[in-house]
Design a protein around this ligand. Structure first.
Ligand SMILES: C[S@@+](CC[C@H](N)C(=O)[O-])C[C@H]1O[C@@H](n2cnc3c(N)ncnc32)[C@H](O)[C@@H]1O
Length: 450
């Protein structure tokens, strides 16, 4: 069971601790001088060597770098790590996290901040490039898009210049001999760190960092330490062990977004950037086309979590708006029901979205409207909604779908399915909810073209 706040004694190797992955894959190759061409999905850059693509980490398009090939085991491409920057981009800066810097050996670079050496403006341009390229190649549409930073007014404490101080959830791993830290950039090797600059200050202040604080969590069989800083109440530290099971009544926390409060399990899903929930609330409200919105239709918040985006829709269109939030996790649905209790028209359902849509399709006949005329908010996990869900959803002919996407390639694949089923993108916005990483969030509105 997870336990919080207990600080065990220093010491021995934990029974269930994960062994670090080997620092290098099996087939390291040569050190190359590479001209870096463009950015690829996943935060690595693309260069070429003797006709072969080389994915190179910690480089910026336009730079010339020396890179160690770490994986030469593929015919079509190799992987490499920058070990020296020979001709630096004007957009290169000192890494915001010293422990993730290119000055360190690649295997000792902390993961999770793979754009931290790039000025924010350029990070956002690169994210826009990836999104535009994915939409063109996989979605078949040419579309310009800007990636916008979070409005500083929505994220107190976040530094809008460096893009630090935003992460409200952090997982540190506990390894052999009690080492505690994030994983290295491209392996499961634990990198002990003295700072967590991407995290909000409350998390940094309670995290077991640095040699002096060390950790003895290993002694209680800890495999990870989760740090959670909700927008109300104190930050918490939760020790995870190998046999962890979710307790019947997990501790809850409360997150505030504007005037609204959302209760959720402490370990439950919540948008990670301090200003993300408010940013997406605004973005979804702006994305819904009021001309297509019918408050009496069977509006849906699919992959609804604890009801954040259903609330966004309800707050825009009024308390009698009908909306059903659908979520696979029963505890989250329970919270969604309570969080949305002041809406007469709100319902929370525990189900997998694919099964739920199948049931709706089965029930939609002359006597029910199904999703005709409805507005659907779709906020799937990183893998996207997928072809089966998009096909089933569009068969039900909603008036509009507002898709919140945290992966450009998954979005682009789903765009292709939407288009094949008679829906087109009408609006697209993108937000930098993960500064100093390669991740980007997009909000798109689809509507039927026939
Ligand atoms: C990206 S989160 C979005 C949650 C919510 N919209 C928010 O912004 O807080 C995706 C949610 O989908 C849920 N989920 C994942 N797979 C699902 C599925 N197949 N059917 C229903 N819900 C699912 C997860 O539990 C998670 O709460």
């Amino acid at each position: 069971m997870a336990n919080s706040r207990r600080r065990p004694a220093r010491g021995t190797r934990p029974a269930g601790a994960r062994r670090p992955a080997p620092a290098r894959p099996a087939e390291p190759g040569p050190v190359l001088e590479l001209d870096v061409e463009r950015i690829a999905h996943g935060g690595v850059a693309v260069a070429r060597h003797e006709g072969r693509v080389v994915f190179v980490a910690d480089a910026i398009p336009g730079e010339r770098v020396r890179a160690q090939v770490t994986d030469a085991g593929h015919d079509r491409f190799w992987r490499a790590e920058t070990v020296e920057v020979l001709d630096a981009s004007p957009d290169r800066r000192e890494h915001v996290w010293a422990e993730a810097s290119v000055d360190r050996a690649p295997e000792d670079r902390a993961g999770g901040a793979e754009f931290g050496h790039i000025v924010l403006r350029r990070q956002r341009e690169l994210k826009a490039d990836v999104l535009r390229d994915a939409l063109a190649r996989m979605g078949g549409i040419e579309r310009e898009v800007d990636v916008r930073g979070v409005d500083p007014a929505l994220a107190p404490g976040v530094d809008p210049e460096s893009g630090t101080g935003w992460r409200t959830r952090v997982r540190l791993h506990v390894g052999a001999e009690g080492a505690v830290g994030p994983y290295a950039a491209r392996s499961h090797r634990i990198v002990p760190v003295a700072s967590l600059p991407l995290a909000v200050a409350e998390i940094e202040s309670i995290a077991p960092l640095g040699a002096d604080r060390g950790t003895a969590d290993a002694d209680v069989g800890a495999t990870a330490i989760d740090l959670v800083a909700p927008s109300t109440g104190a930050a918490e530290l939760v020790i995870r062990t190998a046999g962890d099971r979710r307790p019947e009544h997990p501790p809850t926390i409360v997150e505030r977004v504007g005037e609204r409060s959302f209760t959720l399990d402490r370990g439950g899903f919540w948008q990670v950037h301090r200003g993300a929930a408010a940013t997406l609330t605004r973005a979804v409200q702006a994305a819904v086309d009021p001309g297509r919105f019918d408050p009496d239709a069977e509006n849906q918040d699919l992959y609804g979590g604890v009801g954040l985006l259903a609330a966004a829709v309800g707050d825009r269109f009024g308390p009698s708006t009908r909306i059903t939030t659908v979520e696979a996790d029963a505890r989250a649905t329970e919270h969604a029901g309570a969080n949305l209790a002041d809406w007469i028209g709100a319902r929370a359902v525990t189900d997998r979205v694919d099964r739920y849509l199948d049931r709706l399709a089965g029930a939609a006949d002359a006597s029910t409207r199904g999703l005709r005329g409805a507005t659907v908010v779709l906020d799937p996990p990183r893998a996207g909604a997928g072809r089966a869900v998009v096909e089933r959803l569009t068969e039900l002919r909603p008036a509009q779908v507002v898709y919140v996407a945290c992966d450009p390639v998954a979005l682009a694949r789903d765009v292709a399915t939407f288009r094949a089923t008679g829906y087109e993108i009408e609006a697209l916005d993108a937000f930098d909810l993960f500064p100093n990483t390669h991740h980007v969030e997009a909000v798109a509105r689809f509507a039927a073209i026939v």
